[in-house]
Design a binder for this molecule. Sequence first.
Ligand code: MOS
Length: 778
Amino acid sequence: MKNIDSYTHTRGESVYLDDIPVVAGTLYAACFDSPVAHGKIINLDLHAAENSPGVVRVLTHKDITGINQIGGIIPDEELFAEYHVHFCGMPVALVIAETEYQARAAVKKIKIEIEPLPIITDPREAAEKGELIVPPRTFKIGECDTTWDQCDHIFVGRADTNGQEHLYIETQGAYAIPGEQGVVKIYSSTQSPTAVQRAVSKVTGLAMHLLEVDVTRLGGGFGGKEDQANTWAALCALATHILKRPVKYSLSRMEDIRMTGKRHPYSSDFKIGLNKDLKIIAYEVTFYQNAGASADLSPAVLERTLFHCTNTYFIPNVIATAYSCRTNLPPNTAFRGFGGPQGMFVIESAIAKAADELGIDADIIQQRNLLQTGDEFLYGQKVVSEAGECWNKAISLCNLEAAKKEVADFNLKNDQYKKGISVMPICFGISFTNTLMNQARALVHVYTDGSVVVSTGAIEMGQGVNTKILQVVAQVFSIDPSRVKVNSTNTYRIANTSPSAASATADLNGKATLVACSEILSRLKKVAADELKVEESVIELKDELVFTNGIKSGMNWEQLVLTTFAKRISLSEHGHYTTPGIHFDKVAGKGHPFAYHVYGTAITTVTVDCLRGIYEVDSVKLVHDFGSSMNRVIDIGQIEGGLVQGIGWMTLEEVVYDQEGRLRSNALSTYKVPDIYSVPKEIVIEFLDTQKDNLAIFRSKAVGEPPLMYGIGAFFALRNAIRSFNLLSKPAFDAPMTPEKLLLNLYPEKVDAIKRVAKSEEIRETEMEYTSPAAKVI
Ligand code: MOS
């Protein structure tokens, strides 16, 4: 079945936040944010802004009717800076004006005096100074300490991954409208309507039942709107609550890039020990997560880094420690993979380092250590593995030996161009690691004409979850999909939702839909049995007809629905689903946190132009564990999108903050994302189809986040190409491998000279002093 949004998307008729018809009397908000990364506010002069044309009000922390606090996990995040600013981009004041233009014009007239305080941008420095968001976390299995002696090879190293801008096509935004009895209705571009409702409740002081949050769909989220949609919703709702007028704020691209957090950069140290059979028998890793100025979701992201720090390998002795480090950057947040990819990059680096030193291909080590059913993850869960299956299928899909030979031959024949190849197996756990979040509800109404409407807590953000929900309804009732409408996500219909995140949205909400539909179906069957005077067990609904013992009964779907209504039997149901069997002891770091795992293997080939440092991804051929896909078209879309996003993170996208904590890559002119020219020239996706029992909806395994991690393969393929050009080069495990970095790695012996040139450039740049028009830094 095709994506139900494809028609309206193509015609430009899909409704996003900015497409909602604006109510008369609507005001527009714009934020004044801190120009300084850390400091004490000495003076805030709003006078000129308040007297600017069209301005209705300028709000600051003093106007907050509830509490000035939006921290989700830890209450450490002010909505408005009160006495101190903690990052460039921190909201300080909100201008409300008659037009968007007037609001933005007034923002420029706000003056602030800030006494600077020391700025930290580096997570290792933060850790050294004890600036931690939460106490360090450690996951452990076996005994590393006593195993090092038994290792034939031990390698140590460091690995770094940079951040990543979400770059959802639709920027952050919210639109709040006052209702009767103090109600505020909030349209929000959020992955988590309930998180918005809670944050607005705290800030306004209004109880949650006075706050209706409604979401039609998002133009992308990728984790960036899991918690960070709260700010804009809280700002608009506060203004609406105070002014009793509708208030809208849709961020400009540059505001969004500047003020919101990104994927967490990590800096990590590893030590890996192998025996003579190349089995990894010990692994020690320390992660320094750059959390930014407040917790946001960082502790949960940190935990998932630990969960995935051994990727798809069985390692009997592991000690993994993770520090969430407070820096003066915008709070970093969820991003597709939620810390998992950062953890996986480090073990892949460790393996690559071992392979370098041993003079073998990394895939020999990877293959020998793949997870097998019956192994144990370092967090205690027993492994049900498809790793070997995916690996073997991928190897034969691209004929790895032949492909390697082709690469070697090419490299022998060419001086300027070199190819590289890498194998990237993945393993990703599905469920929220915070067990209580693994619950969902669905509300299903069957109308008397036989049409059906379904509401769930799922947010459609382009991933096609609404299509999957619709498929569940149509399949259970065996009716035409055109009879089913998936409604917007609304906190008045579905309460206490978990965010659409952790790749678990279709599973959780699909299963809740299944529960609700199955309940209605059993009532319908009972009615049919009564009417047709047969046993309920012989009734079947198929293609909108009622069958008894496999024979058409003459009763159809519409008649059955009407009859059921006439008998005064409910045609509505509110279904509730919780993932069974999952638990996790956070103190011990042990349990069974995931419903199941998703596996896959990607083989990436790249060509590097060794004169210019530029490169192309020739092909990515992968085998992915879909379970039993319920929508192949949508799932392939998720794989392609995730893969390219991962390649972007690993090779192109460079988030650059200067030492003052100012974002230098603050627009698409300075931040390179993959375009059609940088996607692999060939992507081959093969399905590992399994009919095995799993906890996925209709056994169709989660597909949102895992494919991003295939992109890690591009980094290692590039690294291999570099080493084919210059075996003396030992490129640091420092992603992204941008063309600039790649060029330096091709000619390590010339780097000093290059650095001297760069240094003089840097001097010139510092001379061009940065000044914000609104800022006076004292
Ligand atoms: Mo997603 S990174 O779990 O919002």
